[in-house]
Design a protein around this ligand. Structure first.
Ligand SMILES: Nc1ncnc2c1ncn2[C@@H]1O[C@H](COP(=O)(O)OP(=O)(O)OP(=O)(O)O)[C@@H](O)[C@H]1O
Ligand SMILES: O=C(O)C1=C[C@@H](O)[C@@H](O)[C@H](O)C1
Ligand SMILES: [Mg+2]
Length: 231
């Protein structure tokens, strides 16, 4: 009794040698799948040139945590705009909101981010509302590559519950506030050059995924085609 042919029509010898024969041809074709080769941080740093990497997204998405790690990989300085605002004003963000109100905070945020963008290649993590300012968006588009770190509501709420330093969430129903911010802001964040979906995974994992998305985006600009882009 002969062994019935496999359903895929590939005989065992061809499968083991990795060689298939095209129907109607006698030229063997090697059946190998080329795995995508990950880009090194050094390559990505070179592709970046003078551009600033800018993280945008909602409170708790991990802009500060992932931005800092990505900066280490790229061997670039890291600046968090919220921290920079606190340094120049010598006040905490809750104090700034309380004493001067949100519009003053937003004006200072715009000035600080514009300065950071002009100071040369670096990784900048912005505060959650920064990208909603059209002037800031324009400046980021001129000087930087923007990355939206996108997260779902449960993850954001789990993360922001740990600290009480976010004035917008000082509310009886912070989850409803966050849901409203998602509805208002996600269409604007979607204008970022890249979107990286984040989740409950190790910081190193999300950082590596971000590095690879950035590499694909920058390569797409240098050559043809791109991956991991929003638009
Ligand atoms: N991948 C991760 N795994 C575990 N914890 C994380 C991860 N990313 C961030 N966190 C934690 O979640 C919290 C929020 O992260 P982070 O401060 O980086 O968010 P953010 O986007 O900068 O928020 P904000 O806009 O309020 O500054 C922090 O306590 C941080 O340590
Ligand atoms: O989402 C926002 O509007 C904010 C986020 C924080 O990073 C701070 O910039 C501030 O609490 C406002
Ligand atoms: Mg932050």
């Amino acid at each position: 009794m002969s062994i019935p042919p496999r359903k895929d029509g590939i005989d065992d010898e061809s499968r083991e040698s990795g060689c298939l024969e095209r129907p109607g041809s006698h030229r063997p074709v090697r059946a190998v799948t080329l795995a995508a080769v990950p880009h090194s941080a050094t390559d990505v740093r070179a592709l970046l040139g003078r551009k600033v990497v800018v993280f945008v997204g909602l409170m708790g998405a991990g802009k500060t945590a992932i931005g800092r790690k990505l900066a280490q990989l790229l061997d670039l300085p890291f600046v968090d705009s919220d921290h920079e605002i606190e340094t120049v004003s010598r006040m905490t963000i809750p104090e700034l909101f309380e004493r001067y109100g949100e519009p003053e905070f937003r004006a200072l945020e715009q000035r600080v981010i514009e300065r950071l963008l002009r100071e040369g290649p670096r990784v900048v993590s912005t505060g959650g509302g920064a990208f909603m300012n059209p002037h800031t968006r324009e400046a980021i588009a001129s000087f930087g590559v923007s990355i939206w770190l996108k997260a779902d509501l449960d993850l954001l709420m789990e993360r922001v519950a740990k600290k009480q330093n976010r004035p917008l969430l000082k509310n009886a129903d912070p989850r409803a506030v966050m849901a409203k911010l998602m509805a208002d802001r996600y269409p604007v964040y979607a204008q970022a050059d890249l979107t990286v979906e984040t989740r409950d995974a190790r910081r190193e994992t999300i950082t590596e995924e971000t590095l690879q998305a950035l590499a694909s985006h920058l390569q797409g600009r240098a050559g043809s085609g791109s991956a991991g882009e929003t638009q």
